[in-house]
Design a binder for this molecule. Structure first.
Ligand SMILES: C[S@@+](CC[C@H](N)C(=O)[O-])C[C@H]1O[C@@H](n2cnc3c(N)ncnc32)[C@H](O)[C@@H]1O
Length: 197
């Protein structure tokens, strides 16, 4: 099997979202970190689109900003050094095509700042409201570190609860690892056709 298979959840998220995002759309990176997801989103929305990118850490915003600027795509991204719990202050209900969360801590950092269950759940609830009908929510969870385990359970439970609202949901991850492996939660908000059926 090639080394790229099975894909890491972050790579899989890009693969699955690649076809969903159209030119000119508004999308959100809820955890900008080093900017890999921000860059992916900026490429997909094109020059007429807009990425809102949140991170609580100045160092993360600086790294992500630099990555985006290196491609000349700085006009496509509005960075907010704020918690994703506040994302609804920056996007109207039903206006966003895709929201991505990549939970945990900044790679290479001292792990001092990591996402936390309470704010993650607020961010997910906000994301559900700002997504437009048919919009997609992607969350990469890391159950292998302390705190990440309970956060991953809470995120998965939150996802499962959206079934009652008509969402279509999936979970992707590698099996039989020594430590609990990262996994991707993907949810599609009901579209206009689904909402009336
Ligand atoms: C795994 S990293 C994100 C990696 C990033 N998506 C990338 O492509 O490089 C998680 C990030 O979440 C940020 N974070 C932690 N709590 C947050 C919050 N409440 N709101 C927004 N970002 C937060 C951390 O500062 C960290 O940079």
């Amino acid at each position: 099997m090639p080394a790229s298979l099975p894909p890491r959840p972050t790579a899989l998220a890009h693969l699955l979202l690649r076809e969903v995002i159209r030119d000119g759309e508004l999308v959100i990176d809820a955890t900008a970190g080093n900017g890999h997801d921000t860059l992916f989103l900026a490429e997909r929305v094109g020059p007429a689109g807009r990425v809102l990118a949140f991170d609580v850490q100045a160092a993360a915003i600086a790294a992500a900003r630099e990555r985006v600027a290196a491609q000349g795509w700085q006009d496509r991204v509005a960075f907010q050094q704020k918690s994703h719990a506040l994302l609804e202050d920056h996007a109207a209900a039903g206006s966003v095509a895709v929201v991505m969360f990549n939970l945990g801590y900044l790679p290479g950092d001292s792990h001092g700042v990591m996402t936390e269950t309470a704010t993650t759940l607020k961010g997910l609830a906000g994301a559900a409201r700002v997504l437009k009908p048919g919009g997609v929510l992607a969350v990469v969870c890391y159950p292998g570190h302390a705190g990440g385990d309970t956060e991953a359970v809470a995120a998965e439970e939150w996802f499962a609860a959206q079934v009652a609202e008509g969402w279509r949901l999936a979970k992707y991850g590698v099996l039989a690892t020594r430590r609990p492996a990262p996994f991707l939660l993907l949810g599609a908000k009901p579209g206009l056709a689904c909402a009336s059926s």
